[in-house]
Structures are given as structure tokens and as C-alpha cells.
Write a protein that binds this ligand. Sequence first.
Ligand code: PLP
Length: 441
Amino acid sequence: MSWISEKTSEFVYYTWTRQKGVVPIEIAGGEGVWFWDTAGKRYLDFASQVFNANLGHQHPRVVEAIKRQAESLAVAGPKMAYEAKALLGETLARVTPGDLRKSFFCLGGAEANENAVKMARTVTGRQKIITRYRSYHGATLGALALTGDPRRHPFEPLAPGIVRVHDPYCWRCPFGQKVETCHRECVSSIEEIIELEGPESIAAILLEGISGANGVVVGPDDYWPRIRKLCDKYGILLISDEVFTGLGRTGKWFAVDHWNVVPDMITMAKGLGAGHLPLGAVVTSDAIARYYDENPLVGGLTSYAPPICVAAALEAVRACEDERLPEKVAALEPLLMGRLREMRARYPLIGDVRGRGLLGIIELSVPGTNQPLVPFNASAKDMERLAPLVKTFSERGLYITVRWNYVIVAPPLIITQSDLMKGLDMIEEGIAALAPQEVAL
Ligand SMILES: Cc1ncc(COP(=O)(O)O)c(C=O)c1O
């Protein structure tokens, strides 16, 4: 370990992990979908860092926009109007669906979701929020309360008024259904819960467009339209958390666009600053914007739309538009999904593969069953079973997320076919390294 890792380990926390024994990658630079460490080893970034470097590393337009903004106007408080802020608001209104128009800015996904919930509560005068179990909405206490993922467990009890429901997780349907027998219990159960809780107490349903780190649960095609109808029936606002899936990741600007659903609010972050700088946003409907014309917006942040972050985001969204990334991503989906399906046919320990656009998942399962190969919320000890897989990825230089029994594929949206295939080859090598040992079990 060099002094860089030693000092980092001594003075800076690593996230989501026991600190002892962490061996970080000493990142030295990057370009496009590749980055390299201080020893010159190259990595193919199949996680877009933390699913945020959607335009890859050192995107020239974003880097240039940051420099330009830093030189012309680096400081502007929340009450100031300036060019990039006006243009980013207008651009987000253009790329979001339907009548979504006006943006509230913040620095990340957790803040975006918390502010969306504050708005929903104020606008409706109701308190409760419905979210799903297999979800992640951020690590602040409010966002953890919205989250279903076990990362909330150590901090409970959290804020009251959150009601969690089951996911449209068809591979292991929580209602014990098969495709042939399904009656969309994932939706009807939500209606039942709304009635049991009292519809007049529910401000919003908050769902990830397609769930990200909790298993890329896509759901049936009529799921989101049915949820929209439920919300309309009971006067509940619909919030799509597109922090992970927004801005082209799934082959549309936003995941809800796959089903032509217009939510009342979309939250976004991650790809908004393209991983180069942080920025989050809540984009709200015209009706919500009009509500705040007459009523005070009780909310704000010191870092509300800081110019350099906003300039980076504006250039990132423009690059996404100019390079037609949602369309390009959609065109790569058949290659990605085709290859994942081939692997499933070849390796019995791949139970299911799912995905949209450049967001895909391999679910490692006990061969011949839909049971996860390592348990839900697997411990470090449980994960040792996947050591040959993780070792192969690391040796080959594939930077990818392995969480519980999930291998999550999410490369930068600018990836070429050839790099996508290179990464998929490395994934297959990893699975093959695991396969003989697992089949023998
Ligand atoms: C769907 C979703 N929502 C919210 C968040 C939280 O975003 P942040 O880490 O920027 O607060 C994440 C982060 O992983 C996410 O995936």
C-alpha cells in the first residue's frame, strides 16, 4: 500500500464498510469508460463509479464547462438568477415528460427525495408516504426512513408515516404468483393498503423508476400505468425517484417514459452532474409550481444551485441530448440483454437476468431454483462464497458492483459495442470461475 492509501485509511472513512482491511483502488486518472490506478493498471468501469459517471471519465465538454463557469462566476447564493441556472431549469423541463416544469435544486439524491416529500406533504396537506421494500432512497435519516433496503435497519425507529409495500418482483413474486396466474397483486395490494391506512392520510407514492441497487426490478408493463391510476383515484401524488435510472440510463430519458407515465415529481441526481460534480433536482408538475406561486416554499439549502455544479449539469444534459444517448443506449439493450440471456442458458447458477437500456442484472441462484445463491442482506462471511467471481473481476480489471447475489451491469452510457462486449466477456470469465465450485455443491 502506498502513502496515499495509508493516509486515506487513517484520516478518511470509507462508506458502507468496516474500515479495517479495506484495500482501495488508488485512482490516478480516467478517460471515457476506462480509469487507471497509480500503478498503471486499467479498469473498465462497469459501475460508472457509483452509477453516476454516465458520460464516463473526464468528459471533455463537462470539464470545459466547469472551467468556464469557474472563471466567469463561481459564487451565487440561492436567491440569485444567472444564465446556467435559467438554462438548466428550462432544459430539465424539456427532457422530463408531460407538464413537469419547475425544478428545485440540491446536491444529491437523498436531498432530492426529502424535498420531494416535503413538497408532497405541503401541497396535499397529508402526511403518509408509500414506498417499496426493495428500494433505496438515500442515506440521510429522512431518506433512510423512505428506504426499504436493510441499510435502514441500524437506525430504526426512523421518521413515522412511511408505509412500505411489496415490489413487482416477478422472479420471486412476493404473492407466490406465476406469470400465468398473476392478477397484479403487486398493485391491488397497494390499493388495499391505501384503504386500510385511509386514503385521505396519504400524500404520495414514491417509487424508483426501475429499482437500482435492490435488484433492477422492472415490473410488468402495466405496473406504472396502474399505479398512476391509483394515485389519481385517491388524490395521491406520484413521485418517481430517477436518481439511478434518470437521464438516459434505461434507454429513455426517464424510466417512466417506457410506460408513458407522467408522475407529479421526478427526483434525480447521480448522472445529473455526470459524476463530475454533485447536483440533485426535484422537477415538479405545473400544478405544483402553481401551488407555490401562491404559497411559500418552506425549504432551501446554502448550496442551492451552486454555479459550477449547475454549469456541469447543464453541459452533461446537453451532451446527452446532442449525442442522442437515450437512443444509443436503447440500441445497445438487445446486445447486453442477449448476452446475459446466453450466459443464463450456459450457467445453471444464473437464475434470472433482467434490465432495460444499460442497466442489467444477473441474479445468482441455487441451480434449478429461484433461491438466491447467497442470502438476502448477505454478510461479509456469506459473500466469501463469491470470492472466485470477485477475484476474477479484480484481476481482469473489471470494476463492477457485486451486491448479495446480484451482479449489476451499469457502464457509462457512452460505451462502445466493443467495450461492452469486453466487459461482458470478463463477467462470463468470473461466472465460469465460480461455476465448477458451485455446481459441485
Ligand atoms: C434510487 C436512488 N435514490 C436515491 C439515492 C441517494 O442518492 P445520494 O447518494 O446522491 O444521496 C440513490 C443512491 O444510490 C439511489 O440509487
